[in-house]
Design a protein. Sequence first.
Length: 465
Amino acid sequence: MRNCFWKRLGRSASVRKRSSPPTRTANSAKYAAAIFILLVFGACGTSAQAPRAEKSADNWPCFRGPNRLGAAPADCQSIPLEWSDTKNIVWKCELPGRGASSPIVWGDNVYVTAYSCYGLEAGDPPANMSKLVRHLVCVDRTSGDLRWKADEPSGDVAEHPLSEFLILHGYASSTPVADESGVYVYLGRGGVVAYDHAGKRRWHTPIGGGGHTWGSASSPVLFENLVIVHADPDAHAIIALDKSTGEEVWRYSTGDGDSWSTPLLVEVDGRSELVFHHSAGDPAGKVAAVDPRSGEALWQCNILKNYLCPSPVASDGVVYLLGYQRAAAVRPGGKGDVTDSHVNWTANRGSEIATPIVHKGHLYWTQSEGGIVCCLDASSGEMVHQERLRPEPGRIYASGVLVGERIYFVSRENGTYVVEASPECRQLAHNRIESDDSIFNATPAISHGQLFLRSDRFLYCIGEK
C-alpha cells in the first residue's frame, strides 16, 4: 500500500397517486459533473495542461458521477466486495484536514477538498474564524502521490457560524466538478473558484453573504459554458456563472435558504431543464425547474416539506425526489404549476440526507439514523421493504453508489455496508478500516474499476490486488 503524507493542520406510508400520460426524458450527460460546506482556496502548480482522459467512462467528474445517478459505468464493475487494512487497499493518501465532500476523478487526477485550523472542536470561538484554511488536493490516481495542493486562508470572509449541526460535517462539504477546462468549487459564502488542472487559480467570484446554522452543501453543476450553483443558504438563489470568466450570467431567487441539495439536469423533447428543490413559498418544499441557459422559470409543484438535502434523480422520463418525511415522482416538461398535472405520486416516506439510487424500478436509500435501508417501488411510491444493517452503523450521511447489482453505503463511524440491489436488500458484506477512527461522511467515487473513499484523515483507493 502506498502513502503520501504532509503535515496535517487539524485532526484528528400513505401514497397519493396521480395519472397522466408519461413524457419521455433522458438525463443530460453532456456536461454533468449530503450534507453541508464552505471552502475557499488559493493555488499552486505549474503549466496548465489537462490530464489524460481515455474515455468519458473513466471519469467521475462530479458529485455522484456521470449523470449524477451514483452508478458505475457498465465497464467499471470490478469493485471489490470486501476490503480491510490489509486487503484490497491499493493506496492511501493523508489529507491536510477534514471534509465531507466527495472525491472526483478526471483523467489521472483525483480531486478532493478539506478544511483545517478552525471548526475542528465544539466551542471554537468566532474570533478564531479567520484562521480557517481550505484545501483543494490533487492526487495521482495510479500511485496516490500528491500532485499539487491549493490552500487559502478564510481571512475576512464571514463564514457560517460554527454550530452543533455544522460541526458534524464542517466547512468542506461541497464536491468539486471538473471537465477538460479545469476544476470548479462552490465555496458557500466565499463564492465560486475555478482552477486549471495544474492548480492555477483562473478566477474567483463572490455570490452573496447569507447564512445558516447548518452551513453550505450543494455541489456545482456544469452546463455548456456555465457553472451553476444552488446557493440557497448563502445567496437564496441559483446562480449561473460564465465558465471562462466567472461573470454572472443569470440568477434565480429560491427563497428561504433551507435547501442543500444539488440540482439535476434533464432533457425533455429536446428541452434542457434544471430541476431543484425550492425552499420558498407555502408549503416551503417545492420542486421547480428552470431553463439552464437563461434561468427562466419553467414549472413548479408543491409536493415536499422543507429541510431539503437529498438531490433529485431521474429514470425513464420521471424525476424522483426525496425530502424530510416525503417522496414524490414528477414528469418534467410541464409549464407553470404542475402539481395536478405532472405528479405521478407522493408518499409520506423520505430521506433526511442521502440521495437515492434508482435501479430496475426501485429507489434505494439509507435513513441517516437507525441503520435502515429502504426500498421503494418507483412506479407507485409504495414501500417494498426495509432492512436493518448489521452491525449497527450509527449515522449515515453519504449517499449510496451502485456497482452492478450491489449498493455500497458508507457510515460515518462503522465502515461500509454492501447490499444487494434487489427489493430484499440482502446484506453482502461489512468492511472496516480499523486503523482509521475518523469520520467518513463522503459519498465514494468510482473510476477504472476502483472505488475512491475519503475520511476526515485519508483518501483511499480500493481495488482488487
